[in-house]
Design a binder for this molecule. Structure first.
Ligand SMILES: Nc1ncnc2c1ncn2[C@@H]1O[C@H](COP(=O)(O)OP(=O)(O)OP(=O)(O)O)[C@@H](O)[C@H]1O
Ligand SMILES: [Mg+2]
Length: 239
């Protein structure tokens, strides 16, 4: 890989007594979709939140050639590292447009603005003044993605965008990813839904209890290998 857009070296994160990440390494290339998969509690959200500046880690994080390990979350957004958090975290009493525009507060300037988000998700145009707590889960997820896009990310961190959504809605949201990659954006997504994640990603990493158990390109590993890495089976005995 040329210079990675985002790289993490030896990330270790503790929540009190619990070590949630044990020395994780990760490199994200410019323009790629990279998936981090893992079961409940594997450390996926801790990893994304650490990259976004919400947990102080042991180890180093670099965005291109700059060490950003000590920077605040806001400063990271200003530099183009933007997260769509697990559970969406929208302001329930604000409208679709108001929620999206909040993304511009610390964001970078660039090709994404409210109008372009309304083009990407056309249903929003007529409903942009509606409160977000009147929307379906899939619609709320699209608002959360829109809020991240107007910050003009170089790296978009997506935490379980499929969580709690019907498969047809998940596919619809995943179909928009190629558009999100336009310009100089890369996507780092985390998912419990391995199949969906590996369909979308060119490379992946599997976490189990805060450690990397498998990494590579989706086509390089059998479903059984991925399953073993995901659940921590030692392999199936044949004798
Ligand atoms: N703020 C916190 N305080 C204490 N423990 C935490 C905290 N956040 C996460 N943990 C613990 O750290 C471990 C990793 O949690 P994390 O939320 O990163 O996993 P995850 O892979 O995102 O799981 P899920 O798929 O359920 O979202 C879990 O054991 C979890 O209970
Ligand atoms: Mg999580």
């Amino acid at each position: 890989m040329s210079v990675p857009l985002l790289s993490a070296k030896g990330l270790t994160v503790r929540h009190g007594q619990l070590t949630a990440l044990h020395g994780i390494d990760l490199d994200l290339a410019p323009g790629e979709v990279f998936a981090v998969v893992g079961a409940n509690g594997a450390g996926k959200s801790t990893l994304l939140r650490t990259l976004a500046g919400l947990h102080p880690p042991g180890g180093r994080i670099r965005l291109e050639d700059v060490d950003i390990t000590g920077l605040s979350p806001h400063e990271r957004v200003r530099r183009g590292l933007v997260m769509v958090p697990e559970g969406r975290r929208l302001f329930r009493s604000l409208s679709v447009a108001e929620n999206i525009l909040l993304g511009t507060v610390c964001g970078r300037r660039g090709g994404w603005d409210l109008d372009r988000v309304l083009e990407l998700f056309p249903w929003m145009r007529d409903r942009r003044r509606e409160r977000v707590d009147h929307l379906s889960g899939g619609e709320q997820q699209q608002v959360a993605i829109g809020r991240a896009l107007v910050a003009n990310p170089r790296v978009l961190l997506l935490d379980e965008i499929s969580l709690g959504l019907a498969p047809v809605v998940v596919r619809q949201i995943y179909r928009t990813l190629p558009t999100l990659l336009e310009g100089d954006t890369s996507i780092l997504l985390v998912e419990q839904d391995v199949r969906q994640a590996l369909r979308a990603a060119s490379r992946f990493q599997c976490l189990l209890e805060g450690r990397t158990t498998l990494a590579g390109r989706p086509g390089d590993h059998t479903a059984e290998e991925v399953e073993a890495a995901y659940f921590g089976f030692a392999g199936t005995a044949t004798a």
